[in-house]
Design a protein around this ligand. Structure first.
Ligand SMILES: [Cu+2]
Length: 131
């Protein structure tokens, strides 16, 4: 029963993020939806612990769908990507999934927005989207 509840929660979380991603992604998200069975999502695993993300520099290709699988190891950290209006809590020991398809090249900062201690302000990283 616990597993069922977890997957239900995860599904809700993914849906919320996908909705937000649609605002950012525009045509790219629509194109992804249309070609869903063809486009292969790239999975990127990210670990969060006091006070860093590993990796903390992530290079994505424009218009390539990706799944971020975030795992906090020691605390409920946050993941906030303000330029894309994406944020999530990362409960310790659980995998939090965020799907996105970047449609603009550039550099985008992400950061922990759950205060986690003395190094919290330096807990951040960068997503680099290339053409
Ligand atoms: Cu943190």
């Amino acid at each position: 029963m616990n597993n069922a509840m977890n997957s239900a929660r995860r599904y809700l979380c993914i849906s919320a993020v996908a909705g937000i991603g649609a605002l950012f992604g525009g045509t790219a998200v629509n194109a992804q939806g249309a070609a869903k069975s063809v486009a292969k999502e790239r999975v990127i695993k990210i670990q969060a612990k006091k006070f860093s993300y590993t990796p903390n520099r992530i290079v994505l290709k424009k218009n390539q769908p990706v799944v971020l699988e975030l795992t906090a190891l020691d605390f409920t950290h946050g993941f906030n990507l303000p330029d894309w209006n994406i944020r999530a809590d990362l409960p310790s020991g659980k995998v939090t999934t965020i799907r996105l398809t970047p449609d603009k090249a550039g550099e985008y900062d992400f950061l922990c927005d759950n205060f986690c201690g003395s190094g919290h302000e330096e807990m951040n990283g960068k997503i680099i989207v290339v053409d």
